[in-house]
Design a protein around this ligand. Structure first.
Ligand code: BEZ
Length: 211
């Protein structure tokens, strides 16, 4: 069965461009974003890795580390880093897992044989400090991901872990959020001193509580 939200992220040992790791130890006490790309020296992947490098500080400011993976070997990853720098101007400043034997790719269900038997799809797993899978998305090889969206989901996950709220469609940091339907109006008044607006009894909006 595939990995599902709420599952403990499978632990593994691997070689990466920044040394050997034990995944859970590498995650430490923070959040992690594990993402696969189909193949080294390919165009969409080159743009993605440059973008993740550009956004690394934005991930770190959310207490999140990023780590990439493909089923290529370490030598290939290391050689490709030069091309990524040439093409995008970015030094690859995060580890890339070398998984030529597909151990991690299989563990995380990153190979979808009806899409490709030789490459991973574009998987993303967001893992919380208790090592649970909190978000998973899958894109095909032909479609580059939007890593600003992964930052947005981290903002939502971290906010909704802290307050009894959820985030509406297209929510961005600073926008109003939804009061948990389980709260009575009286409880919501106590919890959200900035007040709330009732659009429907089950849809009440309040300013982002930690702003
Ligand atoms: C790419 O990154 O451009 C790519 C990789 C594998 C298959 C197709 C496209």
């Amino acid at each position: 069965m595939s990995i599902q939200l709420g599952d403990v992220a499978p632990d593994f040992k691997a070689s990466t461009t920044q040394g050997d790791i034990s995944f859970h130890d590498w995650i430490g006490d923070g959040w992690a974003v594990l993402f696969s790309h189909p193949k080294d020296f390919t165009p969409v992947c080159t743009t993605e890795l440059g973008e993740v490098a550009r956004l690394k500080e934005d991930f770190l400011s959310r207490n999140a580390k990023v780590i990439g993976l493909s089923v290529d070997d370490l030598k290939s990853h290391q050689a490709w880093e030069g091309d990524i720098k040439d093409a995008t101007g970015q030094n690859v400043n995060f580890p890339m897992i070398a998984d030529p034997d597909r151990v991690v790719a299989e563990l995380y269900g990153m190979i979808h044989p009806n899409a490709s038997t030789t490459m991973t799809v574009r998987s993303v797993f967001v893992i919380d400090p208790s090592k649970r899978i909190r978000l998973s998305i899958t894109y095909p090889a032909s479609t580059g991901r939007n890593f600003e969206e992964i930052l947005r989901t981290l903002d939502s996950l971290q906010l909704t872990d802290q307050y009894l709220v959820s985030t509406p469609v297209n929510w961005q940091e600073g926008d109003d959020v939804i009061v948990a339907p389980a709260l009575s109006d009286e409880e919501a008044t106590n919890r959200f001193p900035k007040g709330f607006k009732t659009i429907k009894p089950y849809l009440r909006m309040t300013p982002q509580p930690n702003r």
